[in-house]
Design a protein around this ligand. Structure first.
Ligand code: OAD
Length: 256
């Protein structure tokens, strides 16, 4: 049974969307769940791959000790994403950007589905899984083409790929545990959060910093803050409204 937003709250939120000057949205893995992307946490579980917790394989320590294993994990995740499409949550947010005076979208997701849905200027706090980055010179290369053929993600190029500019090893262009966020991306998103009057926090367990600072910044700036998540999170109690439901069912009901 799809989540139905309580009518009074639906009216309230549609009204706020109609009159908002600046909207800020933070999304997490849950916004892509209905596209078929597995979340890291939720349902009382935490992702494990080949016996390793995801935060061990996705770590800077692993990058230093076993770069091929990090590539294997991200090749596996890219292969999972290859045929997946944006869902109604991504599409609704992309449509809002067209009609609202200003919508700033920050995501913790590396899957690229917001951009695929048509969102512009997405602040990808944790990088993008479809790009490789040189460990030495920082040159970037797209991994899209080699993933277009089924099964090719692990076979198209050597692992780690060698940088065409300087000949050093490349790595996935994503933020690993123990690493800083890419320069400037958090600051730009924080500007959007500080300036908004309406904030949505969608599909995130609200456990990972600094991303979680963003809705806190919005709250501190006086924005009306709404959480959309089937589960209760540490942020739920702080929000003005929480809607316990799936993003792809809830967000289209807020359309105005
Ligand atoms: P998590 O996997 O921690 O949390 C996903 C959240 O989505 C959970 O709270 C679920 O209840 C919720 N959820 C599940 N299905 C949903 C749906 N259909 N609609 C809305 N919500 C739903 O994902 P994140 O919070 O994004 O970082 O995790 C943050 C970061 O931790 C990730 O970016 C990643 C991970 O480690 C790095 O890899 C650096």
């Amino acid at each position: 049974m799809p989540t139905q937003i309580e009518p009074a709250l639906q009216t309230e939120l549609r009204g706020r969307l109609r009159t908002a000057r600046r909207v800020f949205v933070l999304t997490g893995a849950g916004v892509s769940a209905e596209s078929g992307v597995p979340t890291f946490r939720g349902g009382g579980q935490s992702a494990v791959w080949k016996g390793l917790p995801f935060d061990a394989i996705s770590s800077y320590r692993m990058l230093q000790t076993d770069l091929p294993a990090v590539w294997e994990w991200f090749d596996y995740r890219r292969e999972q994403l290859r045929d997946l499409r944006p869902n109604l949550a991504h599409l609704t947010l992309a449509a809002w950007q067209e009609k609202l005076p200003h919508l700033c979208l920050a995501t913790q997701n590396v899957d690229g589905l917001h951009t695929a849905a048509g969102s512009r200027d997405v602040h990808e706090l944790h990088g993008n899984i479809w790009t490789a980055r040189c460990t030495e010179c920082g040159a970037r290369e797209s991994l899209r083409e080699e993933t277009n053929v089924k099964g090719a993600a692990t076979g198209a190029r050597e692992r780690p790929p060698i940088c065409r500019s300087c000949g050093n090893a490349m790595r996935p262009d994503v933020v690993l545990f123990g690493e800083m966020l890419p320069a400037g991306v958090f600051e730009r998103a924080a500007e959007g959060a500080a300036a908004c009057d309406l904030c949505f926090v969608v599909g995130t367990s609200s456990l990972v910093y600094p991303a979680m600072r963003l809705p806190e910044i919005a709250l501190e700036a006086g924005a009306y803050t709404v959480e959309i998540n089937p589960e209760v999170t540490p942020f739920s109690a702080l929000c003005h409204a929480t809607i316990q439901g799936r993003a792809g069912e809830v967000l289209p009901q807020l359309d105005y």
